[in-house]
Design a protein. Sequence first.
Length: 117
Amino acid sequence: MEAETKKWIEKHIDKVVDKFRYGKLKVSDPEWCPCFKNDKCHAIGLADMNCFLCYCPHYENDKEEGGCKINNEKGGWHLSDKLTTGRIWDCSGCDWPHKEENIKKVLRKVYSIDGEN
């Protein structure tokens, strides 16, 4: 990637992250997420969670039952005999993808900025 492009992305990361703050996004774009009609989709303890990584990049979607690639202790197995595997990974208690510092790390890694490869 061109150095100028990386500079532009780095300059705008804070603006992107700011736009996806739950409190702002719910007001500015109420149709963006069906959860905005009620309450947050996750009952996590963040004062203003961030929705940029709505889908966690660490969820193991290549497995039918899912899982967590970083083994975050805030997730766990939901057990049900209605599921073909008998269980599915539930990360609704996890706040990792909703913390702004983690979102910035992911963006920097994706765009190879600041040595994040």
